[in-house]
Design a binder for this molecule. Sequence first.
Ligand code: ADP
Ligand code: MG
Length: 385
Amino acid sequence: MEDVFPYPVARIGLIGGGQLGRMLVKAAKSLGCTCVVLDPVPGSPAGQVAGNQIAGDYSDPAMLRALAESCDVVTFELEDIETETLRELEAEGHKVFPRPELLATIQDKLRQKQFLRQAGIATSDFADMPRPHAEGFSAFGYPLVQKVRRGGYDGRGVVVMQDAAAFATHLPVPGYVERFVEADKELAVLVARNVGGECRTYPTVEMRFRATDNVLDFLVAPASIPAEVARRAEALAMRTVEAMHGVGVFGIEMFLAASGELLVNEVAPRTHNSGHHTIEACVTDQFEQHLRAILGLPLGDTRQLSPATMVNLLGEPGYTGRPVIVGLAAVLAIPGVCVHIYGKATTKPGRKMGHVTVIDESVEAACAKAEQVKALIKVLGDKQS
Ligand SMILES: Nc1ncnc2c1ncn2[C@@H]1O[C@H](COP(=O)(O)OP(=O)(O)O)[C@@H](O)[C@H]1O
Ligand SMILES: [Mg+2]
């Protein structure tokens, strides 16, 4: 390829207009690209920044076609989208990355597990459970985790059951069961692989979840684990994306079992909540990296320059309506605190409204500040429910 790019460098078609899309659009602008966003809600977080949005459903074939025809390459920031039209568009010569075929495998969590098993990637044992029934669960054995095959996120669609008495809490939908992993830590590794097959990982991070609803509540980067474990995690993540021939950025979630074994939990075929700190803490952030990967450009340096932590800003329980941010000035007064507000028009309890990254000399110092941040900043709403 000749190294000459008339502006715009590329026109990116983005399916989904949420916060991941918003940060991707910002990175696209830095690289001299333009973006068109497809999202049903006019003025979506990504659409605001792109200045160019098709207001339509992600699964509407006509809308997907309009998007592809107005762009050089199509990508997505969410995974629960119909792949049929995307496959057709690809067959007609439109570039779609990650490939629709791979998206179809990953978006169905059972197919994803089958893929991992076949590829020899360590993952917990599992069994198909199209019709949940007590005998089937007992035959598989407790403790187990029941998961829906498609559409779950942030812990919705996942039920942990310690014993047969917990069967009553099962989801009455087709799904599968997997072995409960007694995990010391939950880790994530971001992997970028470009169209030429060049592959790089970011340093392993540690995710800490809120016990009540399993939403990521605290991210620690780099993970507090021995260097040898981090190296194994990064190698496992890279092997996973290479086995998938994935193009783009992928978030590989894994468990560090008490035994020291690493097991892949799930793969996100997109930029990931566990990589927001890369904006301030790494040479190349995950969003720019994703663009480099899908445009066939050289991948950027993934080195982390400073320890960091990240907290999600979730809509406060009891509030809806227009967001009201309390404590913004107080957190901005703390050195090393970087605030990202996503521009969502309305809040609701638990909705991701923004995030805060804290940079400091050590992970411990960053964590202490993140605790302060969490106590100070809240996203309320102008309606109380
Ligand atoms: N096999 C398992 N063993 C133990 N905990 C699990 C297992 N599977 C999922 N979990 C817990 O549930 C959380 C959400 O599950 P996950 O499959 O990642 O779904 P989601 O798509 O909602 O992120 C995980 O981060 C982990 O805390
Ligand atoms: Mg997950």
